[in-house]
Design a protein around this ligand. Structure first.
Ligand code: GDP
Ligand code: MN
Length: 384
């Protein structure tokens, strides 16, 4: 789950990282008031879960409350990379001497968190990383020991950060590490971390990605979630605890087990098809669970065919079949559905499905071929 800038910076502040004063609002009129409270010189920042707001025009400086109101009205009417701007942060404007980059991220290859820093930060960090990779320093962090002071000093030296800022820099990086750990984050990024012209280090932007799997110990996670910005199906699946991800293809997939689901998606791609989603309903697929998963998949207008592949282990195929039957009754699917059952009680399950319009496949590969054909409209013999 990605967190908004205003959430991320609030968290950073709790861990001792200096941020600019400011407030969140949904109205231009209130932006004017906030700007007045902050002394008039402010920056209006679109709160959307997209990167590169600056380049997209979502970050505007204003020199007076009046101007703040105008700019807030402009930004609040914008759409950035498909996200409508509903909230803006009105922050006191900081006069910047220098912009740097500091982030802690999980390096999936090193299997460790790493501290990534760059002497140059800001809007062009991707270009800097590509064109001058030597400007970027990475330090692997031992998750048990944490960040050591010498590592942070080494980083500060590499960045040519003047000595007078080292103590503050140390505190910021340690704070970022604490926030990263406590929040179960996979990313905690400050871009830019600035040296202000009045000689302070300030986190001007903040970005965090936290792991939904840790939701059980974070009662604050749901509050930070914006249901507005998720596909409705994804909100549904949180309720049922499926792993669901909408994709851009047209073959709906309903599978028990993440590995199996991925193999099926790969196989569909291999033979020229395109999955409409990833859906892992997990183990012990009861009829109820299968029914609610079917509802999600069939309600996707992009879906032109559905492939249900249940591998019975702990899951009983006859129970899954019952769920499928109930789905047929309740939903009356408008698209062809291919079913493959294997493993525990597969025979019983298939018996239950006899007499329906479902297209049965014996093997996974057969299921994939039939669903690709069906999605192209080339498999109609079993359908009314
Ligand atoms: P992003 O484009 O989504 O990463 O948004 P940022 O919050 O990082 O802002 C983009 C750029 O706007 C920064 O790199 C700064 O150059 C500039 N900016 C943001 N806040 C301020 C501010 O308070 N004062 C000044 N002068 N520039 C700012
Ligand atoms: Mn930024």
């Amino acid at each position: 789950m990605r967190l908004y800038e205003y959430h991320s910076k609030k968290i950073f502040q709790q861990y001792g990282i200096p941020i600019a004063k400011g407030r969140l609002t949904t109205s231009a009129c209130e932006a004017k008031q906030i700007a007045a409270d902050l002394g008039g010189n402010v920056v209006i920042k679109a709160q959307v879960l997209a990167t590169g707001r600056g380049r997209a025009g979502g970050i505007r400086l204003a020199k007076s409350p009046q101007e703040a109101e105008e700019q807030a009205a402009n930004v609040l009417g914008m759409e950035i990379k498909g996200y409508p701007v509903r909230k803006v942060l009105v922050d006191e404007a900081i006069a910047i001497d220098r912009e740097m980059y500091v982030a802690i991220i999980i390096d999936w290859i090193a299997k460790k968190p790493v501290l990534i820093t760059s002497a140059e930060g800001g809007t062009y960090i991707e270009e800097i990383a590509q064109q001058s990779p030597e400007k970027i320093k990475k330090i692997a962090i031992d998750p048990v020991i944490g960040l050591r002071e010498y590592q942070i000093r080494e980083t500060a030296a590499y960045m040519d950060l003047p000595r007078e800022y080292w103590r503050a820099f140390n505190q910021i990086v340690q704070g970022l590490w604490q926030a990263f750990i406590v929040m179960d984050a996979s990313l905690a990024e400050i871009n830019p971390l600035v040296v202000s012209s009045d000689h302070r280090l300030i986190a001007l932007d903040g970005k965090m990605i936290v792991d939904d799997n840790a939701s059980f110990r974070h009662p604050e996670f749901p509050e930070m979630l914006d249901p507005d910005l998720m596909f409705p199906e994804e909100t549904e699946t949180r309720k049922y605890r499926f792993s669901y991800l909408k994709l851009d293809g047209n073959i709906g997939c309903l599978v028990n087990g993440a590995g199996l689901a991925m193999s099926i998606m790969d196989t569909i791609r291999l033979y020229g098809g395109a999955p409409a989603n990833f859906m892992d309903i997990g183990g012990g697929a009861s009829a109820d669970k299968v029914l609610s998963a079917c509802k999600i998949i069939y309600s996707d207008p992009d879906v032109k065919a559905v492939l249900i592949n249940i591998f019975g282990g702990l899951t009983h195929c006859d129970e899954a079949a019952e769920g499928i039957l109930r789905a047929l009754e309740e939903i009356h699917p408008r698209v062809p559905t291919i079913v493959r059952l294997a493993g525990t009680n597969a025979g019983l399950g298939l018996k239950l499905l006899k007499g329906t319009h479902l297209i049965i496949a014996e093997t996974l590969l057969e299921g994939v071929h039939k669903s690709i054909a069906a999605a192209k409209g080339e498999w109609n013999e079993h359908i009314d």
